[in-house]
Design a protein around this ligand. Structure first.
Ligand code: ZN
Length: 75
């Protein structure tokens, strides 16, 4: 029997979302734009202004969409 290989990584679909991110390069803070009500939010960590940007995040499969999991191996 072959041993388990490391290439089991599933191809994760990515989606582009709009975010606010901190202007400070050293600061990693960012948040989804849809969560922000203010027009010009401040960074919750360092209180610097935030800038509009984009980010790629894995697509989250909605619960109940079990058909997508069929045939993907044992749970
Ligand atoms: Zn910050």
């Amino acid at each position: 029997m072959a041993t388990t290989t490391l290439d089991e990584e599933q191809k994760q679909e990515l989606e582009q979302i709009e975010i606010w991110k901190c202007k400070q390069p050293e600061c990693k803070a960012w948040t989804r734009k849809e969560f922000i009500k203010e027009e010009l939010p401040d960074c919750p960590l360092c209180k610097n202004p935030m800038v509009r940007s984009y980010k790629h995040v894995p697509v989250v499969n909605k619960k109940g969409n079990k058909k997508f999991l069929v045939g993907k191996g044992r749970a």
